[in-house]
Design a protein around this ligand. Sequence first.
Ligand SMILES: C[S@@+](CC[C@H](N)C(=O)[O-])C[C@H]1O[C@@H](n2cnc3c(N)ncnc32)[C@H](O)[C@@H]1O
Length: 204
Amino acid sequence: MPGVTGDHYFTAEPGTAARPREVEFTVAGRDYTLTSAGGVFSAARLDPGTAVLLRKADLPAPDAAGDLLDLGCGFGPIACVLAGSAPAATVWAVDVNERARALAAANAERVGAADRVWVAAPDDVPADVTFAQLWSNPPIRIGKEGLHELLLRWLPRLAPDGVAWLVVARHLGGDSLHRWLTEQGWQVGRHASQKGYRVLRVTR
Ligand SMILES: C[S@@+](CC[C@H](N)C(=O)[O-])C[C@H]1O[C@@H](n2cnc3c(N)ncnc32)[C@H](O)[C@@H]1O
């Protein structure tokens, strides 16, 4: 079939053509024009789940400081919105996909936040950094085991009073993820539910 390759959006080095595209969206009254591309998640638009997350979760206050994490940043829409909302914070944009990281870095520069958005592969985030907030539209397609491993790796890096915001489609297991997180000892609230997506608020 033309156009079909073995790539997934979480492939480390996508082989598909990049074909850059402009993605425009508005969050909290601020307009963003970012670049996405083939071989990354949501190549041509803001993902509807990410849109629900950014609309429903509590964006960081303008005076929020410290380190914020966009886990699985893709082309970086969440990281750019966090940087736009909290000019005093440092934002870590983490992804396994090299092309996604390059796009996220370019987009951070586009929104004038290159000096406080740190784009990194997972292993390159210094071990002593803890996060005031963790934001993620997590990679459900890596499978339940991979997803659980990912969350068990990063949630414990929340600061004691830190908060994590996750968005998961109900039909992709939003409610079972909620249950599993609760079983792991996290406080989990269904903060919002819209268009089939659950926005979960997770704290210690
Ligand atoms: C559902 S996409 C969300 C992308 C972006 N945040 C957005 O909203 O458009 C999940 C992202 O997680 C990344 N990912 C997959 N496995 C990962 C891992 N182990 N560590 C970090 N990121 C990972 C994928 O490459 C993908 O970009």
